[in-house]
Structures are given as C-alpha cells and as structure tokens.
Design a protein around this ligand. Structure first.
Ligand SMILES: [Zn+2]
Ligand SMILES: [Zn+2]
Length: 305
C-alpha cells in the first residue's frame, strides 16, 4: 500500500489535470479558508438572487441563481468526494474510494441538467404568458453577482497564474461574472425599452449555458463509469510506446481506465523476445514509459514470444 501511494505521488501534475471542471472548483485554492469563503459567498449570492428573481418576476436572475447554486453543490460534493477518496483501500474496496469523485460529478451534473430544464421550460412558458418584471431590484442583484464573482476571481487568481487548476477556476469565475453581466444588461434594457420578453429570452440563454456545462460534466463522468480511456491518454501512443521497448515482440489485451477521475490504470499482455533483456529490466522500462504517459498504475503480464 505504501509502495502504491508513492508511485501515484510521483506524477501529481499529470493526474490532477484530468479532474472534471466542476470538481476542480474544490481546488480553487487548496486552502480551507478560501474554500469556506467561496461556499458562503456563492450560497448567499444564490439565495439573494433566487429571492429577488422570484419576487420581482425575473427568470434571467433565477437562472443565474440556479447556476450559482449548482456551483455550491459542485464545491460541496467535490469536497466530500475528495475526503472520501483520501481513505485508503481496504479488503472490500480494493481500488479505494477514488471513484467517489466520479459519482459526485454525476450527481452534480444531474442537478445542473434538471435546473437548466426548469429554466428553459419556464422561459418558453413566459413567452406565451408574460410575467411583469420589476427591473430595478433585478439589476441590483445581478450587479452584486458581478461584484462577487470578480472579487472571487481576484482572490483566487492572485499570484497563481502558473497553476492550471487555478486558472480554470478563475476562468469559470469570470464566466460567472459575465453571466451576471448579461442579466444586468437585460434588466436595464427591460427598464428602458419596456420589452418584457427580453427577460425570459436572457433566462433561456443562461439555461442553455448551464445545460452545456452540465452535459460536459455528465459526459466526463459517464466515460469513467464505462471504464473508458481517460481524456489525455492517447491509446495509439501507449501501444506503440510499449511495442517499441527493447525486447518486446508484441502487445495485446491492452486495457486503460480511470480508477478515479485523477488516476489511470492499465493492464496489458507483452510478448517478449526469447533472447531479450532480462524480464525485470523489461518490466521496469515498461512501467517507466507508461508513467511518462500519465499511467501511474500498470499491471503487465509477460508471455513467451
Ligand atoms: Zn459557475
Ligand atoms: Zn496474452
């Protein structure tokens, strides 16, 4: 077990990159205070937006609120899964609990897709049966959304531009600010033009954007559930790398899958040349080459050529 852990820790850069984005939220910071702040701020923001959106008839604002609520769910689920997956493997769960991050992504994506369906259906109904929007409070709540997201982006982005996960988190926060910005602009337009359908129209656009992030997250988690080859692993390269090793006559039965959203396993049968380098050396070379490709857990069977 200790041995096993060590080999995973050798390639943290490779393994971390493949976490689904909504789960990565959890890694916005790496420090618990920033995590707590982002849960608190996002919860408060979605509560406020939801109350004002429902109270003053703005579907666009309700859409923004549900999106932020999805972010909170993503943060909390990611946090729970991260804790669970840190538990060591045992006699019953021999892979450990790494896939709990994939389950969290799947649950979160179902939330997000349901929320977006509600927004889109409601938006279509409001075209037929318009709801009066009181634009002032809606604009204020949307403006607060812009401030909160820009503020968080500054908080998390400060001095961290070299880190890929943090960069993704900052990009997400800026996108969130842009969504609130769209709601803000639409509230102003409703105020000055009196065209009520602009609000459900913006709501539907927000709903579609939310659905897109939910769909991407669902697709990633389904790939893990079906033991698909994780993104970032090139199967042809894996095969050719193994085949090109000294002493290898052929490779078959290659399987590559993710044991969690961040760890990749492989099994393969290797035909060895009778007069080859010695077996231990061959295994050592093969494992080293695979680790270079981001596969940190390989099981190889040597067969006579
Ligand atoms: Zn978001
Ligand atoms: Zn075989």
């Amino acid at each position: 077990m200790a041995d096993h852990k060590q080999s995973h820790q050798q390639h943290p850069a490779v393994s971390r990159q493949r976490l689904p984005k909504e789960i990565q939220h959890e890694h916005r910071d790496g420090n618990p205070a920033a995590f707590r702040w982002s849960v608190l701020l996002n919860s408060a923001l979605s509560g406020l937006q939801l109350a004002i959106g429902i109270g003053f008839g703005s579907l666009a604002l309700i859409g923004d609120a549900l999106h932020n609520l999805g972010d909170v769910a993503g943060l909390l689920l990611g946090w729970g899964a991260e804790h669970l997956s840190a538990r060591p493997a045992n006699k019953q769960f021999t892979y450990g609990f790494g896939r709990s991050t994939q389950l969290a992504a799947m649950i979160n994506s179902s939330f997000i897709l349901m929320a977006s369906a509600v927004i889109i259906v409601e938006g279509l109904q409001r075209f037929a049966k318009p709801v009066e929007v009181t634009a002032g409070p809606v604009a204020i709540a949307a403006f607060i959304g812009i401030l909160v997201n820009l503020g968080s982006a500054r908080l998390f982005g400060h001095n961290h531009n070299h880190d890929l996960n943090k960069k993704a988190a900052v990009v997400h926060l800026l996108t969130d600010a842009a969504v609130s910005g769209a709601v803000f602009v639409s509230a102003l337009l409703v105020q000055f033009t009196g065209i009520q359908w602009l609000d459900p129209f913006t709501g539907i656009i927000v709903g579609l954007a939310v659905a897109w992030t939910g769909w991407k997250l669902l697709r990633q988690s389904v790939v893990v559930a079906l033991d698909g080859v994780p993104p970032g692993i090139d199967m042809e390269k894996v095969e050719s790398t193994l085949a090109a090793l000294p002493g290898v006559a052929g490779v078959h039965h290659i399987h590559v899958w993710g044991t969690s959203t961040s760890q990749t396993a492989l099994t393969a049968h290797i035909l060895r040349n009778p007069q080859a380098v010695n077996d231990m050396e061959l295994l050592h070379n093969a494992k080293g080459a695979l680790a270079q490709l981001g596969i940190d857990h390989s099981t190889l069977q040597l067969e006579p050529g």
